[in-house]
Design a protein around this ligand. Structure first.
Ligand code: ADP
Ligand code: MG
Length: 309
């Protein structure tokens, strides 16, 4: 449904994007994960036809971003990173204003406003001024504004940045509901747990480059991150420990925690063998911990750094 081919974009001498390519299928939730300055909003603005790439092509549902701006705006809703609402107007008046930009016949617009207010669960607050809303509620109204023309594709640029956990969950539910109704979602974030929670495919981007992309399973393979098995020993007997580690070069002893650590390709199958080997060497096991691969460990392996706010 969306094809991005070898897109590059510079602002002066800042290379915001370099040779970025990806495909998004209809009905997918596609996550773009990266720290501040990675180029996420630049991608959003290119999809939205606000910014033209220096090189490369983008085709959205058969339309080219270079010539078909109007057609693309009709099939795409965009929730920008910055909230754009009139504080002195009510939620309903804001929706009337934003919907009014799309030449939607009044009766249909009113119907759509009521429907989207239900979806974002703010129908009860529709006549209250925006200035009385919390940051998370404003975000939800912002999402509603982008849905009034019934777009097939919804692009959300860091919709949960600075939003409290309760509103965040509300936003997740809205996105999941819209996706369930068949809308293709593009979602940028710098929160790994969000990308991991509901994105079908994730593109990891840093300083304008795509580092890796795919499903979580594919990213796990690409990064070659393994599950970690940690076996804490009851006593630190150096003779037994050296017997364990000398027989098994993959076993690592960590003295601070008095544990044997082993990276596993298939932790379910390997655990019993590893436990037997340790017990046969004469050690008494106190506890066993397992740590599966998550997006955080994959990200760390691929980029060599942590992703922080
Ligand atoms: P993100 O949304 O991932 O934080 P952006 O796409 O906003 O990243 O920015 C990517 C890079 O491009 C940054 O270095 C940013 O400063 C730069 N940039 C973005 N927009 C502009 C602009 N209009 N003019 C100059 N530099 C820009
Ligand atoms: Mg941004």
């Amino acid at each position: 449904m969306i094809e991005v081919r070898a897109v590059s974009k510079s602002f002066g001498n800042i290379k915001a994007l370099e040779n970025v390519s990806f495909d998004i299928e209809k009905g997918e939730i596609f996550g773009i994960l990266g720290p501040n300055g990675a180029g996420k909003s630049t991608i959003v603005n290119i999809l939205n036809t606000l910014v033209k790439p220096d090189m490369g092509d983008v085709i959205i549902d058969g339309f080219n971003i270079r010539n078909d701006d109007d057609s693309i705006k009709l099939i795409m809703g965009v929730v920008p990173q910055e909230i754009a609402l009139y504080e002195e107007l009510s939620a309903y008046e804001n929706l009337m204003f934003w919907g009014g930009l799309y030449n939607i016949p009044k009766p249909e617009l009113k119907k759509n406003i009521n429907k989207t207010l239900e979806i974002v669960d703010l129908a009860g607050r529709k006549d209250d001024r925006i200035k009385t809303f919390s940051g998370g509620m404003k975000r939800r109204i912002n999402i509603a504004c982008s849905m009034l023309h019934n777009p097939k594709i919804l692009v959300l640029d860091e919709p949960t940045a600075g939003v409290d956990p309760q509103n965040r969950n509300h936003i997740f539910e809205v996105i999941e509901r819209l996706n369930y109704e068949g809308i293709t979602i593009i979602y940028t974030t710098h929160y790994m747990e969000e990308a991991e929670r509901f994105c079908d495919k994730i593109s990891i981007i840093d300083v304008g480059h795509i580092i890796a992309q795919g499903t979580l399973k594919e990213l796990r393979q690409i990064s070659n991150v393994k599950d970690l098995l940690t076996i804490k020993l009851a006593a630190a007997e150096s003779e037994i420990i050296s017997r364990i580690t000398s027989e098994n070069p993959l076993f690592r002893y960590e003295s601070a925690s008095n544990s044997i650590k082993v990276e596993c390709i298939n932790i379910g199958k390997e655990t019993s063998v590893i436990i037997n080997q340790i017990q046969n060497a004469g050690a008494v096991i106190e506890r066993i911990y397992t740590q599966g691969t998550n997006l955080e460990s994959i990200y760390l392996k691929l980029t060599g750094k942590e992703l922080r706010d």
